[in-house]
Write a protein of this length. Structure first.
Length: 326
């Protein structure tokens, strides 16, 4: 079985340099990193996890706690995290909180008790889980949603700008009664997207809060259709609720976009395949995950550094569901 010294000899570097590369240190020259990783791959070197864990007093695992494993948004996001984690010598354990604060608290407790090397979390809004993370020495990065009550490294998209663009797009298409279906109060993505919608609106806001799930979107759209002042367009603040809202419109025989314009936040894999095709606000999902993982590597290397917040742009993708016939 090859040793770290075999890797060092193959790569033409010192054993200490190999150790720094495998521990995710960013102080190593990129050319040396490439040589070390190539040698590791060619020799089939596997670090002694037990010895490394004893030295670190924690595992080489990252807990990635996401709010809904059924949401396609997280597929590319987790891939971005995993790609960086593997390159830095870490493995990823995926945890699904299912938008349930109690499950989230359970996973946070498990991550801390197992001495995970780091945690990346898309919070469901649990203040208790956030407090437990902030009170621990385990490095934490918040992704997609801000962590309640605490400053940690964070990677998000510009939710307000994306919601403003969606709302203005509907206005420019000729819709005048634009409603918003958003998520639970206190969840940053729901609140910020609602704020962007409200800021862009030139009329009285019409808001329905749901649970970021497909059924929640269906029920929210049903309530809008049965209201005394039915809207002629809806901005929906996440992809699963958009699916539910579109299904409700289909079931009720409401024509999109002639009778109801529709824009959803988050791209959907089949958005350009359905008819009418679906206008969405797309997020750079892979880049979100990759950036969150890079921040976690940096945080592990420099625990005392000031928390960083990275805000990535969202992109409006106009399609048929918002093209009101003139």
């Amino acid at each position: 079985m090859p040793t770290i010294y075999d890797v060092a000899r193959e790569a033409g570097v010192s054993a200490a340099t190999v150790s720094r590369v495998l521990n995710g240190r960013r102080t190593v020259d990129p050319e040396m990193v490439a040589r070390v990783l190539t040698a590791v791959r060619e020799l089939g070197y596997r670090p002694n996890a037990v010895a490394r864990n004893l030295r670190r007093s924690r595992t080489t695992l990252w807990a990635v706690i996401i709010s809904d494993i059924g949401n396609p948004f997280f597929t590319a996001t987790v891939r971005g995290i995993e790609d960086v984690a593997r390159q830095a010598g870490y493995s990823v354990v995926l945890c699904n909180s299912d938008e349930d604060p109690v499950k989230e608290e359970t996973y946070v407790t498990a991550a801390l008790s197992e001495q995970m090397a780091g945690v990346i979390i898309s919070s469901s809004g649990s203040v208790k889980a956030a407090r437990n993370l902030l009170d621990s020495p385990v490095p934490v990065v918040a992704i997609d949603r801000q962590l309640p009550r605490g400053a940690v490294d964070t990677v998000v998209v510009d939710n307000e700008a994306g919601a403003r663009a969606a709302t203005r797009h509907l206005q420019e298409a000729g819709y005048t009664k634009i409603a918003c279906i958003t998520g639970p109060e206190g969840v940053s993505t729901a609140d910020l997207r609602l704020r962007g919608y409200t800021e862009a609106l030139s009329a009285e806001p019409v808001v329905v809060r749901a649970d970021f799930r497909e059924k929640g979107g269906y029920d929210a759209m049903a309530s809008l259709l049965s209201s005394g002042s039915r809207p002629d367009a809806v901005f929906v603040a996440n992809n699963l609720m958009t699916v539910g809202a579109l299904r409700c419109l289909t079931d009720r025989g409401v024509e999109v976009p002639a009778e109801m314009g529709l824009v959803g936040f988050d791209e959907i894999p089949w958005a350009d395949l359905v008819r009418p095709s679906l206008t969405t606000v797309a997020q750079p999902t892979y880049e979100l995950g990759r950036m969150a993982a890079r921040l976690l590597v940096d945080r592990i290397a420099t625990p005392s550094a000031q928390p960083a917040t990275v805000v990535l742009p969202a992109e409006l993708l106009p399609r048929q569901s918002s093209a009101r016939p003139r």
